[in-house]
Design a binder for this molecule. Structure first.
Ligand code: SER
Length: 343
């Protein structure tokens, strides 16, 4: 058991809830932070919750010595696009403040604070669908031309993380001294949880469609049937964060990693949903703004680097995702007997 102190910002979000449960099993001393109070899934775990706006209340966090920070708090892509200044404040200023805190503590305690940052496929940007299709699986340093406020924020914060962990004060020595924070980022695809429903994102059509089908509610998908991006089961997302966190620093040839699991079109999502819930009513009503956002994201990503450096491999391919993760859990959640194994 470890007694390390870990801060999870955005703890009430989808990744946050699942991550806090996993960290609790590992025996960490957990501090959570979010704008809202802790949800049912984690509120009875032994964690100290700091509720409020991170940017305004950053001074409070200086009272603690965190060994690890998972900075999950963010305004997601669709929400950020309609409230750009607010998104910049949350996504960039919030990250900047926490990086400064981690840099200060690393220096003061002569011990690197590990800073885990969830980045996104939104860090990429394609001009049109044909270019996106031709590009196929993109590597980390390709097509870093985001089209959204959220994507710009994520890409810039990756750069800030690398800056504060390596170059700040122009001390880019090898090995990096322990007085520098240890920044590590994962670019996540669209995530799907059987236990929580996303809000404010643009990959949300995948999980929304599946949860609606399971709950017996009609769903009008806001992108068209040919739209393709990569997705991943939430347990794999948590697994990847813990794997990267555990990897010895000297084994990492990069600080920003793609991870992949499976790539599906919205039409294929619909087919899968209908396979399990034949009466589901799923239609397509593309919203041009949200369609444009998803069209700028890659069809899939190349995760060779993560596989090579820290042994990344997803547990769930598309069949296993539906048959062994999503459907069994969703069946219990919505009490729908008609769930069938699907291919
Ligand atoms: N899931 C995120 C969103 O849709 C992308 O990382 O905003």
């Amino acid at each position: 058991m470890s007694e390390k102190s870990v801060l999870v910002t955005g703890a009430c979000g989808e990744i946050g809830q699942a991550l806090v449960q996993s960290l609790n099993k590992r025996g960490y001393r957990i501090f959570t932070a979010d704008l809202v109070s802790l949800p049912e899934s984690i509120k009875n775990l032994p964690a100290e919750h700091i509720q409020g706006d991170l940017v305004n209340r950053i001074k409070i966090f200086y009272d603690y010595d965190f060994d690890l920070i998972f900075h999950l708090a963010a305004s997601l892509s669709s929400k950020a696009e309609v409230a750009t200044e607010d998104a910049h404040r949350i996504n960039v200023e919030g990250t900047m403040q926490l990086l400064l805190l981690a840099a200060y503590k690393s220096e003061k305690l002569n011990k690197p604070v590990k800073f885990m940052f969830p980045s996104s496929i939104a860090a990429y940007g394609f001009p049109d669908r044909a270019t996106k299709h031709a590009a196929g699986n993109v590597k980390e340093d390709e097509w870093n031309t985001p089209h959204t406020m959220y994507g710009c924020n994520k890409l810039y914060c990756e750069k800030l993380g690398v800056y504060y962990s390596r170059y700040c004060g122009q001390r880019h020595l090898d090995p990096v001294p322990p007085t520098m924070l240890d920044f590590r980022a994962i670019r996540f695809p669209g995530l799907v949880s059987a236990f929580t429903i996303p809000s404010g994102g643009t990959s949300d059509y995948g999980p929304e469609m599946l949860h609606s089908a399971a709950a017996g509610k009609p769903y009008a998908c806001f992108v068209d049937a040919e739209t393709r991006i990569s997705f991943m089961a939430m347990p794999d997302a948590i697994k990847s964060l813990l794997m990267l966190m555990d990897a010895p620093r000297e084994t990492l040839s990069s600080q920003v990693y793609n991870i992949a699991a499976f790539s599906l079109t919205a039409g294929e999502f619909r087919q899968r949903a209908l396979g399990a819930f034949p009466e589901a009513q799923i239609t397509f009503a593309p919203n041009p703004r949200r369609q444009g956002i998803v069209d700028s994201w890659p069809e899939d990503v190349d995760d060779t680097l993560a596989r090579k450096d820290w042994g990344w491999k997803p547990e769930y391919d598309v069949d296993k995702f539906f048959n062994e993760y999503f459907l069994p859990a969703i069946k219990k959640r919505y009490q729908r007997p008609s769930t069938r194994t699907i291919e």
